[in-house]
Design a protein around this ligand. Structure first.
Ligand code: PLP
Length: 499
């Protein structure tokens, strides 16, 4: 076999592997991917990414093209987020994604909080956020040693500004609000929370990883960006509604000093001086180049036009879901994220369980995302739901999508959610199923026990795939103490890529 043939065969194998993936284009996958629906944009992004492929983002002085692209992207994002006035001048960095932007926002706020008072040098501050704030903030709290203080939300996914403000005392390093929250689509009360935070000298981050490049053009929203007094940082993902391939986000801070507090620099080793604005060292410039090319091509008008498609599609989906008997939309989404729930206003016999719905939708070759319910610290349960991310391409597949939702609802209406009674009883026998949901004093299974439990619960991992029907697994995960559920899901995911 020639070298060319061998390469062709390898690429062929990759294509065959890709055949099992969820479709990334065409509007059938309503989570994970953000499809502009404009083939020419994808083509442009791919070519830009290829041009930048050999670069190393570690050092933009060696590769000034990266610095030039980053300057343009930051300038674009700060204009969109109103961080370009003299009153609110924002400075920022390009990061590898939403999680990294959120991690850095927390690390920066923690460092500034500690630096503000020598007595705080070794203290563990709190991080206050609605329980709907992205899990990346829990990760940040664990990594950077803050106490995670989630504020309960109402069943419709909204949080009370008063409830948040009540928690803002001197030991809070950061309060987070979302624009919008991924699980519910709700826009948190940015104005009141940020003003209260400012009055108390507390940092306030707006997590607009999801909405940062779509809400600026969304009609009828209250101000939630740097126009709001007290907002000290905002994250906005270019690899979501910036339509870039994965690996690129921006984090903006109000004022130079806050931005500089984000950096890591050391001259205390014998190698090259390390100055990292973000968490990674060496990093790809391809996603940055792709995002840059797309932003250049679309500009403000292009984003406004693509957002208008999202607005129309979201309105149609919300209206259609409201018309489907037994199904309801959680709260009032302020952006292109919709959570479908069982309509609590109708009798159980007429209800549509969102997870059975999501499984049925998958059988009909669309994908919507299972979100487990959550019993909060105050006992209020956030209902389990099915999440839809609506992108510009959704408008094109709308008739088919609405038909699939209606047919799937007809197929599962009145069917109760799977009750994992036998599994829970078996787990309790093994000593894993009891204890509080929050996980105090529970026994956590190790890898082998976790795998045995998963198999006993009927979960199989076939050649890299997850179980076809996720509703039973989600029901089980929701009912177990969190550390047990987390151990099971960790095991499941680890096995997926275990050789
Ligand atoms: C509001 C919000 N914040 C943060 C993230 C984390 O982003 P990423 O998956 O890019 O790390 C997401 C992802 O969906 C999100 O919706």
């Amino acid at each position: 076999m020639s070298a060319d043939d061998r390469s062709a065969e390898i690429l062929d194998r990759l294509r065959r592997l890709r055949a099992r993936d969820a479709p990334t284009h065409g509007g059938r996958t309503l989570a994970y991917v953000y499809d502009s629906g404009v083939a020419e944009l994808d083509e442009l992004a791919a070519r830009a990414a290829e041009i930048a492929r050999p670069l190393n983002g570690l050092d933009p002085t060696a590769f000034p093209s990266i610095a030039a692209m980053e300057r343009d992207l930051i300038a674009f994002a700060r204009r969109a987020l109103h961080g370009d006035s003299r009153r609110a001048r924002a400075f920022g960095s390009v990061t590898s994604g939403g999680t990294e932007s959120c991690l850095l926002a927390v690390k920066t706020a923690r460092d500034l909080w500690r630096a503000a008072d020598p007595l705080r040098a070794r203290s563990r501050p709190r991080l206050v956020a609605p329980v709907t704030a992205h899990a990346a903030f829990q990760k940040a709290a664990r990594l950077f040693d803050l106490e995670w203080d989630p504020v309960p939300c109402a069943a419709d996914g909204t949080v009370s500004a008063d409830e948040m403000i009540r928690r803002l005392s001197a030991d809070v390093a950061l309060v987070v609000v979302s624009a919008p929250a991924y699980p519910s689509g709700a826009l948190d009360p940015v104005g009141r929370v940020a003003a209260a935070a400012a009055d108390r000298g507390i940092s306030c981050h707006v997590d607009a990883c999801f909405g940062g490049l779509v809400l600026p053009w969304w009609p009828g929203l209250p101000a939630w960006d740097f126009r709001v007094r007290g907002v000290t940082s905002i994250s906005a993902d270019l690899h979501k509604f910036g339509y870039a391939p994965k690996g690129v986000s921006v984090l903006l801070h109000r004022g130079r000093a806050r931005h500089r507090a984000q950096f890591f620099a050391t001259t205390r080793w014998p190698g090259y001086p390390v100055v990292n604005p973000t968490l990674l060292g060496s990093r790809s410039a391809s996603p940055t180049a792709a995002a840059w090319a797309i932003a250049q091509r679309l500009g403000d008008r292009g984003y406004a036009e693509l957002t208008a498609r999202c607005v129309r599609a979201t309105r149609s989906i919300v209206a259609a879901a409201d018309r489907i008997e037994g199904l309801a939309v959680q709260g009032r989404p302020a952006g292109p994220a919709v959570a479908l729930i069982a309509d609590p206003a109708v009798p159980a016999a007429a209800r549509v369980d969102p997870h059975l719905l999501a499984d049925e939708v998958a059988r009909l070759e669309f994908r919507i995302q299972h979100q487990p319910g959550l019993v909060q610290s105050n006992g209020v349960r956030l209902p389990h739901s099915a999440h839809l991310t609506i992108t510009p391409v959704t408008e094109r597949t709308l008739p088919e999508l609405l038909d699939v939702l209606a047919r799937a609802a007809d197929a599962v209406r009145g069917r109760p959610r799977p009750e994992p009674r036998a599994e829970l009883a078996a787990l309790r026998m093994l000593g894993y199923g009891s204890g509080s949901r929050s996980g105090s004093r529970v026994r956590v299974p190790g890898p082998r026990a976790a795998w045995r439990i998963l198999r006993a619960a009927g979960v199989r991992v076939d050649a890299g795939g997850l179980p076809e029907r996720l509703a039973p697994l989600m029901a089980l995960a929701e009912r177990l103490p969190a550390p047990v559920a987390e151990a099971l899901l960790t095991e499941l995911l680890a096995r997926v890529s275990e050789p």
